[in-house]
Design a protein around this ligand. Structure first.
Ligand SMILES: Nc1ncnc2c1ncn2[C@@H]1O[C@H](COP(=O)(O)OP(=O)(O)OP(=O)(O)O)[C@@H](O)[C@H]1O
Ligand SMILES: [Mg+2]
Length: 348
């Protein structure tokens, strides 16, 4: 993997070089610590007095259990015990339902406008039972949050869903852009055909204004262009990848970085979570922990070798799971300052 040397910065220096950073994402394999890392990042910004929103796009939410308070309900809630920190769990079911209603309305309007006497239900059923439907509904919601909450908050941290989902979510913006362009072109062609047939210019302009699909497509294209420009702007957006010192999560992060770079999405860097300190391995008689520690050294070498300059942060393994604002504040502090006590032995 080719990495630029100047990328070798730890989190505090990296962030101080990006004062305009506004949209942060965490990605990685299931269960590696995406949610706690997103919360740790969000906490840091909020602590600095920046109005910060932590958003979960996961179908299975974890912010409520992470904060130990009820965040559910699809509404933005202030996080108790923290200042300037807000959280939102996007209710996928609601979004999908609303999306379905919206599409039905658009389609019915269009059929009526185009004078096609046809029941839209079969089309709606096909469109909405497509497995990609939930994903595009979620993507649409992410676009909403970027455009709306991006205005009200100084920083928005997205705790993304599983890795492939997150990549597709971003990749979709490019595909949507191309698709929309094509749709708009063909609507224009269809309209100009009507123009030729109707002869009267005023009538034509009237027609274009009345075409609900054209209006929809244009406003969708405008939204996607705006979001694409935000997502591809490395001053505003950073995608962070969380890994454990273990084979599979590392492989996933490598693959994901490649994928994301293929879309020109700015890579923020890598966060290595659940590190066993040497001091713990030395002071225990527990064989399991000792073995895990030795195994970890091998994987840390791999991380150093293949992802080294991209590593921004290390998080130690804690004696219990991460729950509550106090614990998140600890994670946040560690993310910005903790260094494993065996790094200099790795001969990197
Ligand atoms: N460094 C750590 N020390 C102790 N427990 C941890 C640590 N990191 C994560 N955990 C615990 O591991 C579990 C998974 O962490 P988290 O929910 O952040 O992962 P995730 O990548 O968001 O998972 P999912 O893919 O399910 O969304 C949680 O119970 C969390 O409290
Ligand atoms: Mg999670």
């Amino acid at each position: 993997m080719v990495v630029k040397l100047e990328e070798k910065l730890m989190l505090p220096d990296f962030l101080s070089q990006k004062p305009k950073l506004k949209f942060l994402f965490t990605g990685g394999k299931g269960g590696v610590g995406k949610t706690i890392s997103a919360a740790g990042l969000a906490y840091k910004f909020s602590e600095e007095g920046r109005r910060t929103l932590l958003v979960s796009l996961n179908p299975v939410h974890s912010l409520s259990s992470l904060f130990g308070q009820d965040i559910a309900g699809g509404k933005i809630k202030p996080v108790e015990g923290a200042s300037n920190l807000y959280a939102l769990e996007v209710e996928i079911e609601d979004i999908v339902e609303r999306y379905k209603t919206n599409i039905s309305k658009r389609l019915s309007e269009f059929l009526k406008w185009a004078d096609i006497p046809m029941n839209p239900k079969p089309f709606i059923d096909i469109a909405t039972t497509n497995p990609a439907f939930q994903e595009s509904a979620m993507f649409d919601k992410m676009v909403d949050v970027i455009l709306e909450q991006g205005q009200e908050y100084n920083v928005v941290v997205f705790d993304t869903a599983a890795i492939a989902n997150a990549a597709r979510l971003i990749g979709l913006s490019k595909i949507y852009g191309l698709w929309l362009e094509r749709m708009i072109e063909s609507r224009k062609e269809a309209l100009s055909l009507r123009v030729k047939l109707s002869f009267r210019k005023e009538k034509v302009i009237e027609e274009i204004k009345k075409d609900p699909m054209m209006a929809d497509l244009l406003s969708m294209q405008e939204r996607f262009t705006k979001v694409k420009n935000i997502l591809l702007n490395e001053e505003l957006t950073s995608f962070f990848f969380v890994t454990l010192p273990l084979s599979l999560p590392i492989a996933v992060v490598k693959r994901f970085i490649k994928m994301v770079r293929g879309f020109d999405i700015p890579v923020g860097g890598v966060i290595v979570n659940q590190i066993i300190p040497k001091s713990i391995a030395l002071s225990t008689t527990n064989e399991y922990i000792k073995n895990k520690y030795n195994e970890q050294l091998g994987y840390m070498r791999e991380i150093g070798r293949d992802l080294g300059p991209l590593v921004r942060s290390y998080i130690p393994v804690y004696p219990s799971e991460v729950v509550g604002v106090n614990m998140i504040s600890k994670v946040s502090k560690d993310m910005f300052s903790w260094i494993p006590d065996f790094l200099d032995e790795l001969d990197l």
